[in-house]
Design a protein around this ligand. Structure first.
Ligand code: NAD
Length: 590
């Protein structure tokens, strides 16, 4: 329990009593601080203005939930109407208000307003109503929010680092008010979801992802830093938009780009140390692969589009085996789209099969085929292919279209990662359903408008036999009197728990085996009741328990590989993960 009465400015300083159920004086588990007890550890560094400014500080504001005693102690009398609400009542009211909005973007704006007004209530809402609010704060609505960011932009969130800050990035990082950062999500805005180059407006993505780190993975909000690197945009519409908030120039590339990123990566390590997790998000694939391979040996980096997607999709495939029967190695995979997501997933599948069968990965790749915009990747195209596509250019005659590829390869699993909607046509789905009892069909492209097919199309055209999952959510579908619940291969299943596992074990590098561990942990969470409805992912309602399981498995792998620096290793990693999680319940200020 903390006690302090005034700071150097003579302002009242809050006395924080933890009501989260964690005993006072809890050991400082990270060697820095834990998710729930941050203010307990260093209370005298927390100086919160009282009265009027307290109501405007989102970290501490509780609105009508301030008690009589708090109103007296912190100069709030008269600044609030007399009624006192519980957090539960505030939550009920806000959910009621949110549901009045028909337009998803209005809900997004209302949630962002809440985050800026009352952070704990924002996270309480998000945690308690995760299935309903995930599509609001993340895909698909966040896509529209990024597209319209210029007009809905009210207050800056996160840190903007542009070419103007070259040579000064360390200083810019020091401008951020929080010093103990554990996770950075960074984008350069070049490939936002399936929407292309949105430049500086991509900031919605790191902000949204980090709110999920807190809500789903329990990483405390003050340890999360969203960053957008602005090197310009090639989006003509934005360049000609007088309200565009970013640099009005075409994207820097080559050495200029590499130097800015290098300065950024060094500054982050210098400012926050070796254990800060840097998650790359929505970079275009030519930069994404390069950044990941360049920094994976020197920094704790994770690319969610490549590695997170791969892990969540592999979890879905492992889980789907319960419905299809057999092993992963019995399947033949065909992808539409050979970019970050497609080749990332393909590589992790090949690795998993290799680990399970002891067959070299060069061999296990041969059952995985990819189609890009020019057709099937085949050996005769090898010379002209980007380096990340080359391992998938197998011996085969050229095939131009997806339908021809389906007929030629006869896949058991069809995965869409092209970013192009409506490409799993009736012909394609009927073809794969013609030689599979239970075809596995994942249409992963986001947002919903870009999905390769809808859930309804997959179930209807396969006569209810498809095992379907998508990137953006679809409602359950009734077909021939049976209700099918589509799975959502949402990266949000994996990255919050994955990140928590890295943080709580003090891991310094990401290893592919940790991704496999996360997949297996997630796949193990689907129950028989889920499978009965055709659902291969567990529902999001239990996401914090799922995240704790994933975190524990990732941390266990980190200890096994000698990459964890938090010693000694806790005996029960699941319990430890749970104890590290941030609680959004209000604290009582004395
Ligand atoms: P990317 O740009 O790296 O790759 C896209 C690939 O699709 C490229 O290989 C391109 O050649 C190919 N392509 C483009 N048009 C095509 C066409 N008409 N036919 C065949 N191939 C075509 O993008 P990415 O990061 O791989 O993302 C692709 C999509 O996957 C996006 O819509 C993204 O939102 C989605 N995604 C979903 C999840 C998820 O569901 N968990 C995760 C990551 C990405």
């Amino acid at each position: 329990m903390a006690t302090e009465s005034s700071n150097s400015n003579g302002k009242s300083v809050l006395d924080l009593e933890d009501k989260s159920g964690v005993a006072g004086g809890v050991e400082d588990v990270y060697g820095e601080d834990s998710a729930t007890i941050d203010q307990l550890v260093t209370p005298w560094t927390v100086s919160v203005a009282s009265g009027y400014s307290l109501l405007r500080d989102p970290h501490y504001n509780k609105g009508l939930a301030f008690t009589e005693q708090e109103r007296d102690a912190h100069y709030l009398r008269g600044l609030l109407p007399p009624s006192i609400s519980s957090q539960a009542l505030q939550e009920k009211k806000l959910m009621h208000n949110l549901r009045q909005y028909d337009v998803p973007l209005q809900r997004y704006i209302a949630m962002m307003d809440l985050q800026e007004r009352n952070e704990r209530l924002f996270y309480k809402l998000l945690i308690d109503n995760v299935e309903e609010l995930l599509p609001v704060v993340y895909t698909p609505t966040v896509g529209e929010a990024c597209q319209k960011y210029g007009s809905i932009f009210r207050r800056p969130q996160g840190l903007f680092i542009s070419l103007k800050e070259k040579g000064k990035i360390l200083e810019v990082l020091k401008n951020w008010p929080e010093k103990s950062i554990q996770v950075i999500v960074v984008t350069d805005g070049e490939r936002i979801l399936g929407l292309g180059d949105l430049g500086c407006q991509g900031m919605g993505i790191p902000v949204g992802k980090l709110s999920l780190y807190t809500a789903l993975g329990g990483v405390r909000p003050s340890a999360c830093l969203p960053i957008t690197i602005d090197v310009g945009t090639n989006n003509e519409k934005l360049l000609n938009d007088e309200f565009y908030i970013g640099l009005k120039q075409r994207r820097a590339t080559g050495q200029e780009y590499a130097e800015l990123l290098e300065e950024f990566m060094s500054a982050v390590k210098q400012n926050y140390g070796e254990k800060v997790l840097i998650q790359f998000e929505d970079f275009a694939n030519h930069n994404a692969f390069e950044l990941l391979s360049k920094y994976r040996t020197s920094h704790l980096v994770f690319n969610d589009d490549i590695q997170g997607t791969a892990s969540v999709v592999l979890a879905g495939l492992v889980s789907a085996l319960k419905l299809t029967g057999g092993a992963l190695s019995d399947h033949t995979f065909l992808f539409l789209g050979a970019g970050e997501a497609g080749t990332g997933i393909a590589e992790l599948i090949a690795l998993e099969i290799s680990k399970k069968t002891n067959i070299p990965v060069e061999e296990t790749r041969k059952k995985i085929w990819l189609v890009d915009s020019k057709g099937l990747l085949v050996s005769s195209r090898k010379e002209s292919l980007q380096h990340f596509k080359k391992p998938w250019a197998h011996e085969h005659e050229p095939v131009k279209t997806l339908l021809e590829a389906v007929k030629a390869i006869k896949p058991t699993v069809l995965i869409g990662t092209s970013g192009v909607g409506k490409t799993f046509t009736k012909d394609v789905i009927e073809a794969i359903a013609s030689f599979n009892k239970k075809p596995v069909i994942f249409s992963l492209s986001n947002p919903t408008s870009q999905s390769e097919c809808t859930a309804e199309e997959a179930y209807t055209w396969s006569e209810g036999r498809a095992i379907f999952a998508s990137g953006s959510p679809f409602d359950p579908v009734e077909y021939n009197g049976k209700v099918y619940v589509p799975g959502q291969a949402n990266n949000a299943y994996i990255f919050p728990g994955f990140g928590l596992g890295l943080i709580m074990s003090g891991t310094i590098r990401v290893h592919d085996d940790m991704l496999l561990a996360a997949s297996e942990a997630l796949a193990a969470q689907a129950t028989d009741a889920n499978y009965e409805k055709g659902l291969i992912y567990p529902p999001f309602t239990n996401i914090r328990e799922i995240s704790a399981q994933i975190a524990a498995k990732v941390a266990a792998k980190a200890y096994e590989l000698g990459l964890a620096s938090r010693l000694p290793r806790p005996d029960n990693l699941v319990k430890f993960a749970e104890s590290c999680m941030y609680s959004p319940v209000y604290r009582y200020y004395r």
